[in-house]
Design a protein around this ligand. Structure first.
Ligand code: AHM
Ligand code: MG
Length: 334
């Protein structure tokens, strides 16, 4: 009989891969696993909001209902803070980073986490998939001191681990520690994640492009030209357009089937929309670890030196040959 590997087993078995295997990173990943199950439970109940009470109202049990993205933020923050594993957290839901003290008010934990606790949350009301995205770094400031902004403003190529949870038809946790990408599916009956997608790989080429084409008139010329190329009748083109409007789900599908996800700059959002530190960097790390590619149109996302916590950048991520082609079009308009 085939052995079913759980995420918990997998994390422990692969601890030896980490450069400094004190077990801290394993415990950190286990905390994310735990928090994701709590959030999953709540996301699954979202459709019952009319019965149980909407955000801001008091529900039937007299509990105050929170917006789900605020709730998800609380769950991830509390789980990580309570376990005293990380020294700092930055979240899409918080204006500034949060300094976390270790045991006995020390500042001797090693890792920082950047997180988008519930990405694509506008999809919740209509029963469409949402996700959590996370990125983990080792701190750069000396242990024993409170973390500073420098710990958070590290380029993506220094990430120690990154991943996402997709709360979809099945809930999956997909992550990398720099040794490939593995996907785990939650069995809702037992609350256990099982390794269902070992060694995930982007097909080198694909036939799906994902972009909010409604903003076409606002896009840079290189993107417009590439979209025209996607729609031309030649070889394996025209490609299929698929856009859920939920980064994690769009990226996840493209990784499995082969495709490109695009959120360019536009005259409406001159820096793009997605955030470098907790959306683009983790997605780029996963893309590269799965044999794909992620750029801002001209250079690797992972080499961008961040200047601000909530910095936005354009992103093009997916099958390598498709991203190469996009860059060819972009290079005509440097
Ligand atoms: P959010 O962090 O406010 O949820 O926004 C991020 C989301 C992504 O998941 C998605 O790909 C994108 O915004 C959709 O934006 P748009 O509606 O402009 O196409
Ligand atoms: Mg987001």
């Amino acid at each position: 009989m085939q052995k079913h590997i759980t995420l918990g087993e997998y994390i422990i078995e692969n601890q030896k891969d980490f450069q400094y295997s004190s077990g801290e990173l394993s415990r950190l990943l286990s905390s994310i696993r735990l928090a994701s199950k709590v959030v999953n439970h709540e996301v699954n109940k979202a459709g019952l909001v009319d019965i149980l009470g909407a955000a801001g109202e008091t529900n039937i049990q007299g509990e105050n209902q929170q917006k789900l993205d605020v709730y998800a933020n609380d769950v991830f923050m509390k789980t990580l803070v309570n376990r005293e594993i990380v020294c700092g957290i930055a979240s899409e839901e918080e204006d500034d980073y949060v300094i976390i003290e270790g045991k006995n008010r020390s500042h001797d934990n090693k890792y920082i986490v950047l997180i988008d606790p519930l990405d694509g949350s506008s999809n919740i009301d209509v029963n469409v998939s949402v996700g959590t995205i996370f990125s983990i770094y080792r701190r750069v400031t000396p242990i024993g001191n409170p973390v500073t902004k420098d710990d958070f403003l590290q380029p993506g190529n220094l990430q120690v681990a990154a991943g996402y949870v997709v709360y979809g038809t099945s809930t999956m946790l997909v992550y990398t520690t720099g040794f490939g990408v593995n996907g785990f599916t939650l069995n809702p009956a037992t609350g256990t994640y099982y390794l269902s997608h070992p060694h995930m790989q982007f097909p080198d080429d694909g036939t799906i492009y994902s972009i909010n084409e409604g903003y076409y008139v606002h896009f840079p010329q290189g993107v417009k030209d590439y979209l025209k190329y996607c729609q031309e009748e030649e070889g394996n083109r025209p490609y299929s357009a698929r856009y859920i409007g939920s980064l994690v789900s769009d990226f996840h599908r493209n990784m499995i089937k082969g495709g490109i996800y695009m959120y360019p700059t536009s005259s409406k959002s001159p820096q793009g929309k997605l955030r470098l530190l907790y959306e683009c960097n983790p997605i780029a790390f996963l893309a590269e670890q799965a044999g794909g590619k992620a750029t801002d149109g001209y250079k690797r996302i992972l080499e961008i030196k961040p200047t601000e916590l909530h910095q936005r950048v354009p992103i093009f991520a997916g099958s390598k040959l498709m991203v190469d082609k996009l860059e060819e079009f972009m290079a005509k308009y440097p």
